[in-house]
Write a protein that binds this ligand. Sequence first.
Ligand SMILES: [Zn+2]
Length: 254
Amino acid sequence: MLVAASLFAMGAIFGSFLNVIIYRLPRGESIVRPPSACPECGRRITPRDNIPIVSYLMLRGRCRHCKAVISSRYLVVEALAGLVPVLLLWRYGLGREALVLCLLSYVLIVVSFIDLDLRIIPDRVTLPGIAIGLILAPYLGLTTFGGSLLGAVVGGGALYLIAIIGEAAFGKESMGGGDIKLAAMLGAFLGWQTVLLLLFAAFLFGALAGTVAVRAHGSDWDRSMPFGPFIAIGAFVATIWGETILTWYGMLLS
Ligand SMILES: [Zn+2]
């Protein structure tokens, strides 16, 4: 319980740093300088107002000075970043496997929110990510080198194929190059079985969200949802429950 609570707190602190990265990385700004300030009044955010989750709740989501509303997204990212290591600990125990999967999840949080904001998935994240996955995944025993390489090819290839088919069928781009590279990166880290499972989960969640959105906004709703966040959710589901799902599936087939 105590370990879980400290992991949550540490994760949430990391989360406030992820918030900075999400905003500054695509804008080409330094992620260490200058210190955070209120976008409305420009006043620096002091350490006591920079405590993850707690400060947001104490200030009721407003700037201490000008009372400008601070997006609840800061709270969401901090809470997610706190929950991730707790869930990974529960599933994998303390160890380097959990540590790497935690860092990978943080990369996915950053990518998802950048994709939501700007509809881009930066190559600066995914291209080095593919290389790091190919080296790190076999080293850590997440998969073999062959499994990692095949994962990158299968993950990227599957989305590339869907992109081509989608463009032929609907005459517009449905899947961006960023999504393809993100799937290749995850394949390199998680291996080909898990990447297929996570893409399946991503399409399932995407379809569900699309249905809900059409219900809420009517059928004239423009269907340009970023796909990155669904890939991220699929990846997390696959890393936590993938083995269980694949075992069930194996039992169903046999
Ligand atoms: Zn302010």
